[in-house]
Ligand binder design. Structure first.
Ligand SMILES: Cc1ncc(COP(=O)(O)O)c(C=O)c1O
Length: 407
């Protein structure tokens, strides 16, 4: 991958470097956006700022055609067999809620998750337990923080109706064995929902190979705009979930106190859509395709290896498991003994212009379980360089020497 060429497309990175050039290592929160995405979004507001699928005039027709095109691009990007298996929602959280709260559970049914779920999956599971008498089972990770397939298998039974799991963790970057999980779950007749908020930006995903039933991702972590969630619903699994919102756009024949839901994806896309965001998402997947998702993955892992090599011998630094950077994509999570994660992030920002994330990363239960009080997280993407990693390594070593304690 030609990183210097890629950087020219990102306005924040393409200016002349100053003394402390900005180092953006918070892409697992939101990626930066290339000009191609900004232009696609602006074009909507400047040239055809209308509604898709409603008015019949020329501007509206243009939006409808372009949104259909964006849907087809996203479907191809994810290897979906049919573009109607892709719905555009507000974020990944809305997709996760739609499956968990919209699933037709009976009291006593079970939902199985990992023990490192993001609150966007964990909290709706807690809520559905409260609302419908569902039982939540969490599979404890192995000591090395990888997914314990045997423990998962032991927790499965015919009572499990939904396996809802984080495909790639936003805390430690580990990706579970997706196809194995799907096969085991399906052998018990359970549906599978993957939270792909971190996986989708970082690796090739192919729905027709994976055979997962539902998947949710965020456009804003994969070069797209904020305010767009990508929701995949396999055609054969759509009937098992009801929308969680009702109103205009998702229904037809509203008469005599009754209504008929439109087929997917419209039934999940209630109300006016984020058209500019949808077109920006189409441009984002075009951009990722032009780089190639295998190259995206190799680049992230290469930077992560360099970071890990640079800091694994620093005695005050504790890298979060799994230790092997090949298992962690673009995510490097760590603590410095004697410092809080927020102190690390603030000092790196104020003294070196290096931006990372700190805290519990919306995974309070996991941190409680491993008895760690949050962490600092550096996350890299296609525009980051070896030089930036070296500045980060040097800055973290300096911080450790000045403020850290050796365990
Ligand atoms: C693993 C994971 N799941 C879910 C979410 C929530 O995504 P969104 O903000 O698009 O709802 C995030 C966001 O950071 C995440 O990292």
């Amino acid at each position: 991958m030609d990183v210097s060429r890629v950087r020219q497309d990102f306005p924040l990175l393409s200016s002349e470097p100053g003394v402390n050039p900005l180092v953006y290592f918070d892409s697992a929160c939101q990626s930066l956006r290339p000009v191609q995405v900004l232009e696609a979004m602006n074009e909507y507001y400047g040239a055809f700022p209308s509604c898709a699928g409603r008015s019949v005039h020329k501007l509206a027709t243009e939006v409808s055609i372009r949104c259909d095109d964006a849907r087809s691009k996203v479907a191809r990007f994810f290897g979906a067999e049919n573009a109607n298996e892709i719905a555009f929602l507000k974020n990944a959280t809305e997709g996760l809620n739609t499956v968990i709260l919209g699933y037709d559970f009976e009291p006593g049914d079970e939902v199985v998750t990992t023990d490192y779920e993001h609150n966007s999956l964990q909290v709706p599971v807690f809520k559905v337990c409260e609302l419908k008498g569902v039982k939540h089972i969490s599979v404890q990770s192995s000591d090395d923080a990888t997914f314990d397939v045997d423990a998962f298998h032991e927790r499965m039974s015919k009572r499990v109706k939904l396996v809802a799991m984080c495909l790639t963790s936003n805390v430690h970057g580990y990706t579970l064995p997706a196809r194995e999980v799907v096969d085991i779950a399906h052998s018990y007749g359970a549906r599978v929902l993957f939270d792909a908020a971190q996986a989708a930006p970082s690796m090739p995903l192919d729905m027709s190979m994976l055979e997962v039933d539902y998947l949710a991702a965020s456009a804003h972590k994969m070069l797209g705009p904020s305010g767009v969630g990508i929701f995949y619903v396999n055609e054969g699994a759509a009937a098992d979930i009801e929308p969680i919102m009702y109103g205009g756009h998702g229904v037809t024949e509203v008469r005599g106190g009754k209504f008929t839901l439109l087929p997917p994806p419209e039934r999940f896309e209630t109300g006016l859509q984020n058209y500019s965001g949808i077109l920006g998402t189409g441009a984002a997947v075009d951009y990722l395709n032009s780089v190639g998702m295998d190259d995206v993955r190799d680049h992230e892992v290469g930077l992560n290896r360099r970071m890990t090599r640079g800091l694994m011998q620093t005695p005050e630094v504790a890298i979060m498991k799994p230790f092997d950077p090949n298992m962690r994509g673009g995510i490097f999570s760590f603590n410095i003994d004697g410092m809080t994660p927020h102190d690390i992030a603030m000092i790196l920002d104020n003294s070196k212009n290096i931006m990372i994330r700190s805290g519990m990363h919306c995974c309070h239960s996991y941190f409680d379980e491993i008895a760690v009080d949050g962490c600092a997280r550096a996350s890299v993407y296609i525009y980051n360089t070896d030089d930036e990693v070296d500045s980060f390594v040097e800055a973290v070593r300096d911080l450790s020497a000045s403020f850290g304690k050796v365990r």
